[in-house]
Ligand binder design. Structure first.
Ligand SMILES: Cc1cc2nc3c(=O)[nH]c(=O)nc-3n(C[C@H](O)[C@H](O)[C@H](O)COP(=O)(O)OP(=O)(O)OC[C@H]3O[C@@H](n4cnc5c(N)ncnc54)[C@H](O)[C@@H]3O)c2cc1C
Ligand code: SF4
Ligand code: SF4
Length: 449
């Protein structure tokens, strides 16, 4: 990515979308919408002073909603260009309220609330569509109870939890525990506010709230309106402090997830959704289980799959190493159901096909290896580009020209073409670049002759 950003022949247009494509192979005119960031990319130094002071907290989509960010944010730390963006849906100033704090603190004077989308025309000889994929929505499989059982998560969410730059700094805290910790933070704020209010009464009447409340309950201050309010505030404080103490006690027992289950083929190889194999998920589950064990050596993982498709150089050895050195066991069988056991522990119900028995096992966390699904906006993009998609929703290509779409001069590669891992996507990208170079050379030769 850094190389792309620095390359003299590559102009990177991040936060932009193709709006219109006219012309033909060798002479396309592409209109690109450069979306308003409300931050001047050229001025922004990426220092983050704006995000530090922004009062608006929203769910962080990059971290799959497991963390939070501010209304002015950088999508992720290593992004190119290193700049920030204002989220127009949530920014107070852009929604008619008074704020502008980011503008005040930005030393580079990069905040620009007047910025508008810009449209830029590009002359292009060829186009390569590398718009990737989306992960399958696991809640479409009701028996796995994704979003119902908090500690059943998807592989992409698990990757964010494992990441040192993720919402838990790489520690495998369980979503159910994180939710309790969030609740504790909220209650602590409420309790602090209530205590401040009680402090005012205590100072005025030179008495502790607890002592006062006992007297109040004995009827000592009947008819005293001010003291009635004090009693009311104290009762409100008790309603917060009681559950807060209980939750804090519960949280003392929280530990990182050490018993992991990986459920393979969630939406893949399933005629209800996608009949094909997504190709990369067996390997990413093994990778994730190995990394989890590196983070916490007591971690054990069970990978449930119909078979493990370790297709690639050294992949089978990697699978075996995971079993021998990283606490992974492989169980051949499709998971039938996941239910919630005590302590928010997900319980996996499955048929062990080798033992020919229906079994169940409880885990701290279950990770769903979701299918590679076409991008959500694939149909819109196909319409803009004037190309066809296949019956699964990926861009249609020819059998003899596997990187050519249905419109001459437009090529595709990577997961926009179909499920594949990174090395395969990179290899295809080289192939697509070579096909594009052919078109450019042909059109130059035509012009020269
Ligand atoms: C949990 C998980 C773990 C994985 N781990 C590994 C691994 O360890 N090793 C490995 O080899 N593979 C792994 N993979 C597979 C890997 O993610 C894919 O092979 C790879 O991302 C495919 O690259 P791509 O460039 O084709 O698509 P993507 O990575 O999806 O990139 C496409 C880009 O296009 C952008 N885009 C989409 N639509 C538009 C539009 N209309 N206009 C402009 N931009 C657009 C998207 O925002 C995105 O940035 C993993 C997959 C998952 C789900
Ligand atoms: S103006 Fe918007 S982005 Fe800036 S600090 Fe306020 S809420 Fe945050
Ligand atoms: S790679 Fe493995 S988990 Fe993914 S669809 Fe294929 S068999 Fe299933």
């Amino acid at each position: 990515m850094l190389d792309v950003g620095r390359h003299p022949n590559i102009e990177l247009m991040a936060y932009s979308e193709v709006d219109k494509v006219e012309g033909e192979a060798g002479a396309f005119k592409v209109t690109v919408r450069r979306k308003a960031r409300y931050v001047d990319e050229d001025r922004c130094t990426g220092c983050g002073a704006c995000a530090e002071k922004c009062p608006t907290v929203v769910s962080d989509a990059f971290n799959e909603g497991l963390g939070q960010r501010r209304a002015v944010y950088s999508w992720f730390a290593q992004g190119i260009p290193s700049t920030h963006t204002i989220d127009a849906d949530h920014c107070r100033q852009l929604n008619g309220k008074k704020c502008g704090i980011c503008k005040k603190v930005c030393q580079a004077d990069a905040i620009d609330f007047e910025q508008q989308d810009r449209f830029i025309d590009i002359d292009a000889g060829a186009i390569i569509v590398a718009s990737g994929y989306d992960v399958f929505d696991a809640s479409r499989i009701p028996e796995y109870q994704y979003r119902q059982i908090p500690n059943v998560i998807t592989a992409i969410e698990f990757e964010r939890l494992l990441s040192a730059s993720g919402p838990t700094s790489g520690h495998l805290h369980r979503p159910s525990d994180l939710a309790v910790e969030e609740e504790i933070k909220g209650l602590e704020k409420k309790a602090a506010k209530a205590l401040k209010m009680l402090g005012k009464f205590e100072k005025k009447y030179e008495k502790g709230s607890e002592e006062f409340y006992l007297e109040y309950r004995d009827g000592k201050y009947e008819g005293d309106e001010d003291r009635r309010k004090w009693a009311e505030k104290y009762e409100a404080y008790l309603a917060v402090s009681g559950p807060l103490e209980e939750m804090k006690k519960e949280a003392e027992a929280f530990d990182v997830a050490k018993r992991l289950a990986f459920v393979q083929c969630v939406g893949s190889r399933d005629f209800r959704f996608y009949p094909f194999c997504s190709g990369y998920c067996c390997m990413h589950s093994i990778k994730e289980a190995i990394i989890a064990n590196e983070h916490e050596p007591e971690t054990t993982s069970v990978i449930f799959g119909m078979d493990i498709r370790a297709v690639g150089k050294g992949f089978e050895e990697y699978k075996i190493r995971g079993g021998n050195q990283s606490g992974i066991s492989y169980i051949r069988g499709r998971v039938a159901e996941i239910v919630e056991g005590p302590g928010h522990n997900p319980v996996v119900v499955y048929e062990d096909t080798r033992e020919r028995k229906v079994m169940e096992q409880a885990f701290d966390m279950v990770i769903l290896a979701t299918a590679c699904a076409p991008s959500r906006d694939v149909e819109g993009l196909a319409e803009i580009l004037g190309i066809e998609i296949n019956r699964f929703g990926f861009f249609q290509t020819g059998t003899s020209q596997p990187l050519d779409t249905t419109r001459p001069g437009i090529f595709t590669c990577g997961c926009a073409h179909g499920p594949m891992d990174i090395p395969e996507s990179v290899a295809q990208a080289s192939g697509a670049a070579a096909r594009a170079a052919q078109i450019l050379t042909d059109s130059r030769m035509r012009k020269a002759s």
